[in-house]
Design a protein around this ligand. Structure first.
Ligand code: HEM
Length: 446
């Protein structure tokens, strides 16, 4: 073969003749290098910086697609057959129960890892310096993950599914202006029924995956375009050391994937996905709870007028979306909690939340009864506006305390406030899951 032919062969096939192993390796490498740059900053590989959370979320999405496609071969999205098709899959299909368990647990874990990934990005200032768009895209991904979980929840058509979705969509109808319309559109009528099941199935297996794949690809591409993972600014004479993606980054990714596969597999072998009795619209369980990741919202509804209970998380979501504008200081990127003082603010935020939130829940459950004290006032004010303003005022006070008494700067104070709000949301979720019994009364879980 003459010289120029060989060069073209190398260019087009990325290989030299007669070397199959080399050819496979180059094809694989090219696939990897479509996602990653050829070199990455060495500090960006530190596991204790990202905790691999974005990567773990990505791998979980992959598991979900693979197992989801397998489930589609057996599942029947009709009210008459959905439950029995799952029972059949669980008992008659080889590895059916295992595939369903992997799908179920990966989906639940993804809610946790995507949420923790958001916290990591916030704490290291990964949304700053040109990364605002990716932050917004990430938030959109988190909403997608919740939508995936919510639509998938209904599909087994058991008591758990039917009532969690009934409670969940009733929460949705409280969203101002559009809530009822969206709820009616999703349900295909006023109640959960055959149209709901068909709608949820189509959204779950076609609409959301298409949007998810596009949004995720854009998310990865932005990480690359934004110059890789956020890092502290190098000093004036410092140069950031770079290493090749293959093998340095790829071997970490493969290790994380292998460990994750093993953990999910073992967990799914020993803990099957739940399947309760067939859905019975005439017999709601007591308590009728939403899916666990919406229990924070359901808990909020026990304390506030529905309009306030929806406005509060929507306001917070708006605030989180605006964080790149609210916290533009750039010289603290890449440092967890921004600074030593920021770390103190975060610990303080966690402790304050662990104390304040249970106290507020107990106070409201047993002692405080504003509508009873002010019977002439509309409940929209006594159980809506007043608790909403009190909560927002508490946030403002915490921020002012950090600024004035703690002598923290704006960015550090926001860290404390953000951690306080996130911990409060987690505490409310735990109270909703474990400490609510019959008629949603407070109970001890043990
Ligand atoms: C399905 C959900 C998600 C997947 C699969 C995903 C995937 C990833 C991956 C692989 C990375 C690079 C590695 C890493 O930082 O761990 C990354 C970075 C990033 N993600 Fe996500 N992500 C998701 C959700 C989110 C959420 C909820 C947010 C925030 C609201 C977010 C915002 C960002 C930002 C701003 C970066 C760049 C961080 C930096 O430069 O430090 N992502 N994501």
């Amino acid at each position: 073969m003459n010289e120029s032919k060989l060069i073209w062969k190398k260019r087009i096939l990325y290989t030299v003749p007669g070397d199959d192993r080399n050819r496979m390796r180059t094809v694989a490498n090219n696939l990897i290098l479509h996602i990653h740059p050829t070199k990455v900053a060495k500090p960006a590989l530190r596991f204790s910086y990202t905790w691999g959370l974005g990567g773990i979320s990505s791998v979980l999405v992959l598991f979900l697609i693979l197992t989801g496609v397998l489930l589609m071969f057996r599942y029947d999205a009709s009210v008459e057959n959905a439950y029995t098709s799952i029972q059949y899959l669980e008992t008659q299909v080889a590895f059916g129960a295992l595939v369903r368990a992997i799908h179920h647990w990966s989906a639940n874990l993804l809610v946790v890892t995507a949420f923790l990934h958001m916290i990591r990005v916030f704490l290291t200032g990964g949304f700053k310096k040109g990364r605002a768009l990716n932050w917004l895209l990430g938030l959109f991904l988190l909403v997608l993950v919740l939508a995936f979980n919510f639509t998938g929840y209904l599909l087994p058509w058991d008591q758990l599914a039917y009532w969690a979705v009934t409670v969940g969509t009733s929460l949705l109808s409280y969203v101002p202006l559009v809530g009822t319309a969206v709820s009616n559109f999703l349900l295909g009528g006023p109640e959960v029924g055959q149209t709901t099941l068909r709608n949820f199935y189509a959204i779950h297996v076609a609409v959301l995956p298409a949007i998810m794949i596009l949004a995720m690809s854009y998310h990865f591409w932005r990480v690359r375009k934004d110059g890789g993972i956020s890092q502290p600014e190098p000093g004036e004479r410092e140069r950031v050391e770079k290493v090749t993606t293959i093998p340095h980054l790829v071997q970490i990714e493969l290790a994380v994937t292998a460990v994750l596969m093993l953990v999910i597999l073992m967990w799914s072998i020993f803990v099957p996905a739940p399947l309760e009795a067939l859905a019975n619209p005439a017999h709601p369980p007591n308590p009728a709870k939403a899916a666990w990741y919406f229990m924070g919202l359901q808990e909020l509804l026990l304390h506030m007028h529905p309009l306030a209970a929806m406005l509060l998380p929507l306001t917070l979501l708006g605030g989180i979306a605006l964080l790149p504008r609210l916290d533009p200081q750039e010289d603290n990127i890449g440092h967890y909690f921004r600074s030593h003082k920021g770390r103190f603010a975060a610990v303080f935020g966690v402790l304050l939340s662990l104390l304040l939130v249970p106290l507020a829940v107990i106070l409201d459950e047993y002692w405080l009864d504003l509508p009873g004290l002010l019977p002439a006032w509309p409940t929209l004010i006594t159980s809506g506006l007043i608790p909403l303003l009190a909560t927002l005022a508490t946030f403002a006070l915490i921020y002012v305390y950090f600024r004035a008494a703690g002598k923290l700067n704006h960015s550090e104070s926001l860290v404390g406030l953000f951690v306080f709000i996130m911990t409060s949301f987690i505490v409310l979720t735990f109270i909703g899951i474990f400490f609510r019994g019959a008629n949603m009364a407070l109970v001890w879980p043990f």
